[in-house]
Design a protein around this ligand. Sequence first.
Ligand SMILES: Nc1nc2c(ncn2[C@@H]2O[C@H](COP(=O)(O)OP(=O)(O)OP(=O)(O)O)[C@@H](O)[C@H]2O)c(=O)[nH]1
Ligand SMILES: [K+]
Ligand SMILES: [Mg+2]
Length: 457
Amino acid sequence: MWRGLWTLVARAARGPRSPRPCTRQGSGVPVPGSGATIFALSSGHGRCGIRCGIPDLKPDSPPSANVLRLIGSCRFLTPSRSLLHVPPPRFRTPLSTPRLPHVLPGLAVLCYPEAQTDPSRWSGRGLNHPHAQPMAQRRQALRQLDGELGHLCHGWARTLTKALAHVEAYIDFGEDDNLEEGVLEQANSEVRELQLALGAHLRDARRGQRLRSGAHVVVAGPPNAGKSSLVNLLSRKPVSIVSPEPGTTRDVLETPVDLAGFPALLSDTAGLREGAGPVEQEGVRRARERLEQADLILAVLDASDLASPSSCNFLDTVVAPAGAGSPNGNSQRLLLVLNKSDLLPPGGPDPSPNLRPHLLLSCLTGEGLDGLLEALRKELAEVCGDPSTGPPVLTRARHQHHLQGCLDALGHYTQTKDLALAAEALRLARGHLARITGGGGTEEILDIIFRDFCVGK
Ligand SMILES: Nc1nc2c(ncn2[C@@H]2O[C@H](COP(=O)(O)OP(=O)(O)OP(=O)(O)O)[C@@H](O)[C@H]2O)c(=O)[nH]1
Ligand SMILES: [K+]
Ligand SMILES: [Mg+2]
């Protein structure tokens, strides 16, 4: 095996014999045997963490070695398999250690070489490669992958199992004089601490899900403010039609984007105004409906037209009430953007100094975009939670369901006076946690009783 390995390393070290295009079979390019390195993806083309390729991508063939060098440091384990550690250039977070050649990293990782070859193209302005998963999501996945949330749940499970064991021991041996004082009080205080920890975590749950599914960012404003121009700029593709004609956008156009490293669902909407025709009015109604669901509103006005009735109406009906709490209970976040700053007199005064804090932008020249992205980063870190700091947030509805079930059962425990019912409530609570962490069997309870109390031996 070693001889084969050394041969492999020697050949790889010799470097490419003849540059061979690394091509994908079946795309009309040279067929096998013509020297081209062929590989075909046998996994779906969608976004995924790993992909499977046919074994023709040998680590020792020059283009493949180039691909491997491009992607990350590659250690050959055996002639047919290599361990590829992919430390993406901008983020020192190892994303995957796929084994080659049978498994290729998926788009979420392969895109880094593009960022690596032209980082300014994607990462300089807080915008990432259209295919790469937002960094925040990758960090979140990693933290769940390396079980940070799992460790937390296991800790809660240990506390709960101990409290249950102590309550069971108290029921069975309470009268027994060698059960020390305060066994029940200890169990009660542990349950109270658990309730506080779970409650705090569940309050964070919504942020975790936003991080997973993307925060809803809704672009709204009067007609012709430049909403569609801004949506196209932030999503780096022509999502919406832009035209000098007011009332161009009618439907709500939603597109997933990576904004400053956070996942977002960016919605373009119809310009808000009264008195338009029936179709446009339906567009206005849908725009208002989407505004209700927004995690963050990007309010866009034409900086050169702030005195118009539609701008004043928008300021009164959408901008002013935002932040003061929205119908869905939590206060909506809003960033006010004064677009078309290029139409203002150069170096002229702020168009409306008594307006709430706002950002000047020109979708035409790009002036002000960096400031907007920085403001978005701050807002989205609040909306989604910053996955690299603070407790790991819940991103799976299943985790949330069982933790909520556990918390509800703990509530029954604290309310009941009947010890048998109290023990049953703790068993139910432990059962919910067990669906996340496993374990929680009777033998675990008995082990603790025999360990902590000299009974039943
Ligand atoms: N000078 C200048 N023109 C802009 C800017 N942004 C957008 N425009 C122009 O303003 C007009 C309206 O832009 P849109 O993006 O269609 O505006 P909108 O808010 O989506 O319009 P509706 O969909 O009709 O509500 C177009 O002609 C754009 O080219 C800017 O920053 N500066
Ligand atoms: K327009
Ligand atoms: Mg539009």
